[in-house]
Design a protein. Structure first.
Length: 76
């Protein structure tokens, strides 16, 4: 799948604590990000998972009834 060193235990915890319906969605989004860019790393920013490669590329969040995912603007 993707290198374990790029996975963050903090993101694992976030997904595990998310509403049950959202967990599989978050895992799928996570896998897509890592497949699209094997160099991408995970972090928690603003209390939600973010994906970084020379800056924040994207972020995702679980809410009560939905999951959000968005891309960040390029710094250059």
């Amino acid at each position: 799948m993707f290198p374990m060193s790029r996975r963050s235990p903090r993101v694992d915890t976030y997904i595990r604590k998310a509403p049950e319906f959202a967990q599989s969605i978050l895992e799928k989004l996570r896998a897509i990000c890592h497949k699209a860019s094997p160099e991408i790393s995970e972090n928690i920013k603003w209390r939600v998972p973010s994906f970084e490669s020379k800056g924040i590329v994207a972020g995702m969040a679980a809410f009560k009834n939905h999951v959000g995912f968005g891309f960040m603007a390029s710094p250059s």
